[in-house]
Structures are given as structure tokens and as C-alpha cells.
Write a protein that binds this ligand. Structure first.
Ligand code: ADE
Length: 248
């Protein structure tokens, strides 16, 4: 059983690479694939870069060149619901492309020829991930000190399982959020890769999970909060959750 682990951010991949027992490293199409053992499991780790094209090409290469049986995409996202706060974790259930609109030929959001408006992640893996996140939050003070949590206003972080919308836009304005929510009112957070990875995995019939830590509120502060958060918090989250998930 070999698991492919992808993130769009260098910071998160670096935190995971720091604990990977690397066996082999190969570079193709400007991406570096690290094969090795992570918390006792065989994995291939890669940093995809941002956006749907970058992540779709990376996951395709990963599935074609390495014998991968499961994909986990981990990263940060912007919250677009009032009950979702910075420091919360979203485990993707349905993945939508909020910028895909072939209407009137097909429905808005529908992926042509697949006839699907969203992709659904594997139920069992969602439950396993939720347990891994709960275990992490129960021991969060072992990973992040009090000052850091206060600095990022993280007090009682929550885990949500729900819809995620991906698109090739960094969301930072009210009008963008209203436009996404007018068509997809159930979406909890926005990011730029999850649905692209989900579509490729669906087409290759490989189970996949998308897990996102909320770094910002998709508002005018989003671009300020986001890089610092990815570096100082999200990378710690990703490593801890993967440790709990892979050790099971
Ligand atoms: N990833 C993290 N925050 C984001 C935002 N506000 N928009 C799109 N992708 C993001």
C-alpha cells in the first residue's frame, strides 16, 4: 500500500519531508517526487504548486509513475461560513469547481462528459481522518505553544466535514464570496486545488482525501494572514494529522 501525499505549499511539504526517511528523489515537469517511509508507511510526497492545472498535472504524474493506491491532499483554505474559523480543519466531503461553468450546454459546475457537479471523497478515509484530527486537537498544546495559538486567535478549533470549492482565484473580496455562495450555499471553504485532484483521482478510480486548515477568512486580510499561517501553523497541523492517520 503506497500513499501519495500532495500539498500546494512548500512550507507544508518541508515539514513532512523533515520526518520522511527518503529512499529516492526524482524530478519531472518541475516537480520533485520524494519516495520513502513516513510514520511506518510507504509514501511519495510532492509539492504541486498552486492552482488546478498545477495540481492536476502533479497528481496525474504521481498516479502514472508510482504505484499509488491512495491520495491525500493537505493544505490551507479560506473560510466562507460564519461557523468556520481560523485554525479549524475542514475534511472535504464534496469537492466543487466554483469557476467551472459550461452553461447552457451543461449545468453550471458540471464537469462535461462525467455528468457530475462534484466529487465525493472516500467515506472510511474521512472517518479515519476525523479521528486523526480529534487526536491532534486533544494534544494540540504538545505541538503549538500557548503564545502561538493566542497570536493566531486559535482557542477551541473545530473539525468540519463538508463541501469545499476550488477555483483558480485567491478569494479576498465579499463579492467573490457572495458569487460562490449564491450557487453553492453549502460550501465551507475555498482553495485552489482540491476539486482538480479529486477529478483526476475519480477518473483513475483511486481513493482520495482533501484536508484543509483554515488560514484566513477570504477577506481583505487573507493575503496577510495566509503565508505566515502556512509556515508557522498549517505545516505543524499537517505533520501531526498525518502522523495520527498513518500510524493507525
Ligand atoms: N487558500 C487559502 N486561503 C485562500 C483563499 N482566500 N482563496 C483561495 N485559496 C486559498
Amino acid at each position: 500500500m503506497k500513499i501519495g501525499i500532495i500539498s500546494a505549499m512548500k512550507e507544508e511539504i518541508q515539514a513532512i519531508l523533515n520526518v520522511l526517511e527518503v529512499r529516492k528523489k526524482s524530478t519531472k515537469g518541475m516537480r520533485t517526487y520524494f519516495e520513502g517511509t513516513l510514520f511506518g508507511k510507504e509514501v511519495v510526497i510532492v509539492f504541486s504548486r498552486w492552482g488546478k492545472v498545477a495540481s492536476a498535472t502533479t497528481v496525474t504524474q504521481l498516479l502514472n509513475d508510482f504505484k499509488i493506491q491512495e491520495i491525500i491532499f493537505t493544505g490551507v483554505a479560506g473560510a466562507i461560513q460564519p461557523e468556520v474559523s481560523i485554525g479549524d480543519i475542514i475534511i472535504g466531503e464534496e469537492l466543487y469547481q466554483h469557476d467551472l461553468d459550461g452553461s447552457p450546454l451543461v449545468d453550471t459546475y458540471e464537469v462535461p462528459l462525467l455528468g457530475l457537479r462534484s466529487f465525493t471523497t472516500n467515506h472510511e478515509n474521512r472517518i479515519k481522518l476525523k479521528r486523526a484530527c480529534e487526536d491532534f486537537f486533544d494534544h494540540i498544546h504538545n505541538y503549538l505553544d500557548h503564545d502561538k495559538l493566542v497570536q493566531f486567535k486559535i482557542s477551541k478549533p473545530n473539525i468540519h466535514i463538508g463541501a469545499i470549492a476550488s477555483g483558480d482565484q485567491f478569494i479576498s473580496r465579499k463579492e467573490q464570496i457572495s458569487s460562490i455562495l449564491s450557487g453553492l450555499p453549502q460550501v465551507k471553504c475555498v482553495e485552489m486545488e482540491g476539486a482538480a485532484v479529486a477529478q483526476v483521482c475519480y477518473e483513475y478510480n483511486i481513493p482520495y482525501s482533501i484536508i484543509r486548515t483554515i488560514s484566513d477568512n477570504a477577506n481583505q486580510n487573507a493575503h496577510v494572514d495566509f503565508p505566515k499561517f502556512a509556515h508557522e501553523v498549517a505545516s505543524i497541523y499537517a505533520r501531526a494529522v498525518l502522523e495520527n492517520y498513518l500510524k493507525v
